[in-house]
Every structure is written in C-alpha cells, then in structure tokens.
Write a protein that binds this ligand. Sequence first.
Ligand SMILES: [Zn+2]
Length: 65
Amino acid sequence: MMTALIALVVTYLIGVALWPYARCRACRGARTSRGSNGARWGICSRCGGSGERIRFGARLFRKNL
Ligand SMILES: [Zn+2]
C-alpha cells in the first residue's frame, strides 16, 4: 500500500518536472475569458492570456515561478 503511494508520488513529480505547465482551467487553453465570442472577447484573467497555468508540483522545482 505504502509502496504504491510512493510510486504514485514519484511518477507525479517526474511528470511535473518534465511538463510544469498545464492548460489553464478557466479558459481551457483558449486564452480568452469564458463567454467570449467573435464579436466580443477578453483575455483570460486567470492566466493573463497565456493559456497556461503552472502545475502545483512545479513550484517545488522552480522556485521563481
Ligand atoms: Zn486562462
């Protein structure tokens, strides 16, 4: 049981070290705020228009984020 948990954590940490960015939850990587359409749209305030968010575990490796 404990071994499985450790394996899971290690897998997660390796994944986060390789891919520290994930798609923004608010805009789902679209970079525009929800409710945007062709006529009116705004930059997503959550990610600032990058469409990315930093995964929680990535902060362990990159302190400046
Ligand atoms: Zn966003």
